[in-house]
Design a protein around this ligand. Structure first.
Ligand SMILES: Cc1ncc(COP(=O)(O)O)c(C=O)c1O
Length: 484
């Protein structure tokens, strides 16, 4: 497998770089692309000659820039494979992000004055309680049997199949397998598709727990840059063609963490590439019910890629505490998926499935209210960021739960440490990087009420000022957190 970035592509990613002196501008630009994960670690850079032509600079400029990058640990020259991107030790590596959730006792801020922005998970919609009451009333119909429904209860499988049909993808309830949340769904799908060492391409950044799950299923995970507006699929297509992965894990509907929504044309293009590369998509649709602009939604990705396994969940629209999700599986893959499902557990709790089916059948008002709250929180956070942190940049997401903020320097890990001193818990950018990097980004989920978001940005502004004044956090590392 050779991963390479062609000279014209690198030149377009670099854009205008400072030319005084040009070699430093070029080196800075390439370094930023590597630390941001846009040129993933392990990618071969163009030859000096090709880059000279693509960037319109002299051979000496490119040679000096590559030399500076090599000296700083961002490039390694390998016999026969040219210059390959890498990260210096200790710079923006992912680290462990799947540890104890919440606030540790004795840290000084366990008193409730903490804004936890580590999880993109909102509180339950108020209708959850009523749905539980109705679920208890419906439960006796299930009390005559064992309670094991490895594929899910008929009510929920029908409700899920209907929801796909409404979105333009006819689905038989027999294709639906209910699982304990989307993450479990990704794990089951991955285990049914992957063998040890099989390559998996994900977007970079991507959802951290999925990276861990794909690795545990034996996958070798490689990232591909996800661009800001969701229309540019060139980078992803190139990566797919170069890597020829067995599986691609994709989040086309309000991607976590960027919020990007892929339009129909982009979906069709990616699906066509997947067909050519013999790659099966695991499509994570966790955020699909959260458009925030009243926009019409594209058809589900599986409408373009019939072979794809789609993953859905009630966690983001209704409540994560239900632990109910599902897989939509093409007929020919059902046996493999069910075998993996039974190797994991024997079913999802019956009462929660009844509650989930009840919520899915509820009128649009429930989700309308959820979306209105999220919109208000997103907009409050964006306004506060523009006022208090004008040197951060963020593309307003058209839906989902997160802002993906670009910092003016690779300081996300240091900021996360300082933010904790101000009672704001964050997951640093590198947690979202399949292969390291992304320390120039920080994710802000807008799942708290508007006033809390504004308060969080105030505190972050103070933490940011401290980070700029003293970027070295003297060996203090971000606390381990549960990222969702
Ligand atoms: C993209 C994505 N997939 C899966 C999950 C996990 O969802 P669930 O609670 O349904 O397991 C999340 C939650 O943060 C998510 O953002």
């Amino acid at each position: 497998m050779t991963r390479a970035v062609a000279a014209p592509r690198l030149a377009s990613l670099l854009g205008d770089f400072a030319r005084d002196p040009a070699y430093l501008g070029l080196a800075d630009g390439v370094r930023a692309l590597i630390t941001d994960g846009r040129v993933p670690v392990g990618t071969r850079l163009p030859s000096e000659r090709d880059l000279v032509a693509a960037c319109g600079v002299s051979r000496t400029t490119v040679a000096r820039a590559y030399g500076a990058l090599r000296d700083a640990g961002y490039l390694v020259s390998r016999q026969g494979s040219g210059s390959v991107a890498r990260l210096p030790p200790g710079r923006g590596h992912r680290g462990d992000h799947l540890l104890a959730p919440g606030v540790e006792p004795g840290t000084g801020w366990e008193d409730g004055d903490v804004v936890d922005l580590t999880c993109a998970a909102p509180a339950p919609v108020p209708e959850v309680l009523e749905a539980f009451r109705r679920g208890v009333e419906a439960l006796p119909a299930h009390l005559g049997g064992s309670g094991y429904y490895p594929s899910g209860t008929a009510e929920l499988r029908e409700a899920v199949a209907e929801s796909y049909a409404r979105r333009g993808l006819p689905t038989d309830p027999g294709q639906v397998v209910v699982v304990p949340g989307a993450l479990a769904g990704v794990a089951i799908a991955a285990r049914s598709l992957l063998g040890t060492g099989d390559r998996v391409v994900t977007e970079s950044p991507t959802y951290p727990n999925a990276i861990a799950t794909l690795v545990r299923a034996g996958g070798r995970v490689l990232g591909s840059d996800v661009l800001d507006d969701g229309r540019d699929t060139q980078g992803l297509s190139t990566t797919l063609r170069q890597v020829l992965p067995r599986v691609a894990y994709l989040i086309p509907d309000f991607h976590n963490p960027t919020g990007v929504l892929r339009d129909d044309e982009a979906r069709a293009r990616v699906a066509a590439t997947l067909r050519r590369t013999g790659t099966t998509a695991i499509v994570d649709e966790s955020m699909v019910a959260l458009p925030l602009e009243d926009q019409a939604m594209p058809a589900p990705f599986a409408a373009h890629a019939r072979d794809a396994i789609s993953v859905g969940s009630v966690s983001k629209p209704y409540w994560g505490g239900l632990r109910v999700g599902w897989l939509r599986v093409p007929e020919q893959r059902l046996d493999g998926v069910l075998a993996e499902r039974l190797a994991l557990d024997l079913g999802t709790p019956v009462l929660e499935q009844l509650v989930a089916a009840d919520l899915l059948a509820a009128g649009p008002e429930v989700l309308d209210a959820r979306r209105a709250q999220l919109r208000a929180s997103r907009d409050a956070a964006l306004t506060a960021l523009a006022a208090r942190l004008p040197d951060w940049s963020v593309v307003p997401p058209p839906g989902g739960l997160c802002l993906w903020c670009r910092l003016p320097g690779p300081l996300s890990t240091a900021l996360t440490v300082r933010a904790r001193d101000h009672g704001v818990l964050l997951a640093p950018g590198p947690a979202f990087a399949p292969e390291g990097g992304l320390d120039r980004y920080v994710r802000l989920p807008f799942t708290q009420p508007p006033a809390v978001m504004v308060d969080a940005v105030e505190r972050l502004a103070a933490a940011w000022a401290e980070t700029l004044a003293s970027p070295d956090t003297a060996g203090r590392a971000p606390s381990p957190v549960l990222v969702a």
